[in-house]
Ligand binder design. Structure first.
Ligand code: GDP
Length: 418
């Protein structure tokens, strides 16, 4: 199928990076439509670890062109660092990174404002939310505005004055900002060679029938509209953001893959009904190496929440599921899946009815047997232990979507087709 999209089905960190990387090998284009340097994909190839924040991991395949769509917010300094690091690892990016002229830009001012205000909802402090906020307030700048250095300088001066007048930045930030702005202007100039009319690139590629992979960052439950507001990211991380963020028709996506972790994790604050604040949660955290690629923050861990996952399947229109990190569960004798919530003596099965009062939901669990060690050595899904097959089948049943693949380790090769 020519246009495939990969979406995180939970609170992000589902292991999308590796799966997108595996799917990218046959693609002509890999595109991102939202978010910015707050995402972090880790891809391990032959013992080399690549951490990518803004560039789709498709860049690791030499014939793939990567599109950074206009729904993203781009941090020039961080993007140039990423490009330099790819070059340092022998990856040729010539003509392969296409940055939308209309993508909004994260400036050092956004980062400074984020440092001052971001703590409440536990943002990554990278200015992403503030850049989206400026976009909505019509105060933002876009990649195309980086071309004219004089106007860019004027913009920074005016925005800084407004930030000081409105108390968004304190005087104490100013000395550090001066250096950051210098670095920003330098990086912005280096980015110019990557600017492109990515809407035309995408529309022409679709018309030609090119193989296109669209990659979501974060996850559905962090989507600004569909997620657990206000504990969400500032963009449309679900499939709903694809059309707006890339400038392509909503009907363009032929196949929608949802990535779900075989358990649940969440970074930062916000309600998380199946969270385990005990030894089991700690075991999940350690076995799954649940520490953020971007921030190093430990992730909160819990059992698979089928109520939330079913909502993600239905709202995105997910056709098939990649279930990741199945190997992490081998440490447990028995496992739990949340099949409903209890609230005020009532049973709630629809996440959409619970999402605004999620902190009050008491999870109702179904217990299933574990399967012991050895799963990560398998090369054929038919050889999965019966208990693992039962676990997967129950997820399929609850979500009403087939699990087409399972991932059993961090290596590129450790994906089994069912
Ligand atoms: P993303 O934000 O959804 O792309 O998630 P990441 O790419 O940050 O993946 C989270 C982590 O899980 C990375 O360190 C991956 O190498 C690792 N990972 C991915 N799939 C698996 C898996 O099936 N098993 C294990 N044990 N680790 C995995």
């Amino acid at each position: 199928m020519p246009v495939t999209a990969v979406i995180g089905g939970q609170w992000g960190d589902e292991g999308k990076g590796k799966i997108v990387d595996a799917l990218s090998s046959g693609a002509d284009i890999v595109a991102r439509y939202q978010g910015g340097a707050n995402a972090g994909h880790t891809v391990i190839i032959n013992d080399k670890t690549f951490i990518l924040h803004q560039i789709p991991s498709g860049i690791l395949h030499e014939n793939v062109r990567c599109v950074l769509g206009h729904g993203m917010v781009i941090d020039p300094v961080s993007l140039i660092d990423e490009i330099d690091s790819l070059h340092g690892n022998g990856i040729d990016t010539t003509g392969r990174i296409l940055l939308s002229t209309h993508a909004h830009i994260v400036t050092p001012l956004h980062r400074a404002m984020d440092r001052a205000t971001g703590q409440v909802i536990g943002t990554t402090g990278r200015g992403i939310g503030l850049a989206y906020s400026d976009k909505a307030r019509r105060l933002g700048i876009r990649a195309v505005d980086l071309i004219d250095a004089g106007s860019l300088g004027d913009y920074i001066r005016k925005r800084l004055k407004l930030a000081i007048d409105q108390g968004e930045i304190t005087e104490a930030e100013l000395p550090a900002l001066k250096d950051d702005i210098e670095q920003f202007l330098h990086a912005s100039n280096k980015l110019l060679e990557y600017l492109a009319d990515t809407v035309s690139v995408m529309l022409e590629a679709i018309a030609r029938g090119d193989s296109i992979l669209i990659e979501g960052a974060q996850g559905t439950l962090l989507d600004v509209d569909l997620g657990t507001y206000p504990y969400v990211t500032s963009s449309s991380a679900s499939a709903s953001g694809i059309a707006a963020g890339l400038g392509i028709p909503a009907r363009s996506v032929d196949r929608l893959i949802g990535i779900f972790k075989a358990y649940a994790t969440r970074v930062g604050n916000g309600p998380f009904p199946t969270e385990l604040e005990d030894r089991t949660g700690e075991q999940l955290q350690n076995s799954g190496a649940e520490f953020g690629a971007t921030t190093g923050r430990p992730r909160r861990c819990g059992w698979f929440d089928a109520v939330a996952a079913r909502y993600a399947c239905r709202t995105n229109g997910i056709d098939e599921i990649y279930l990741s990190k199945l190997d992490v569960l081998e440490k447990f004798d028995s496992l739990k899946i949340c099949t409903g919530y209890r609230w005020n003596g009532e049973m709630i099965n629809d996440f959409s009815a619970a999402v605004h009062k999620l902190d009050k939901m008491e999870p109702i669990y179904e217990e299933l047997p574990g399967w012991g060690a050895g799963v990560s050595q398998l090369t054929d899904a038919n050889d999965l232990p019966d208990q693992a097959k039962t676990y997967i089948a129950r997820i399929e049943e609850l979500l009403e979507v087939p699990v087409s693949h399972v991932s059993i380790g961090a290596e590129r090769s450790q994906i089994l087709k069912r």
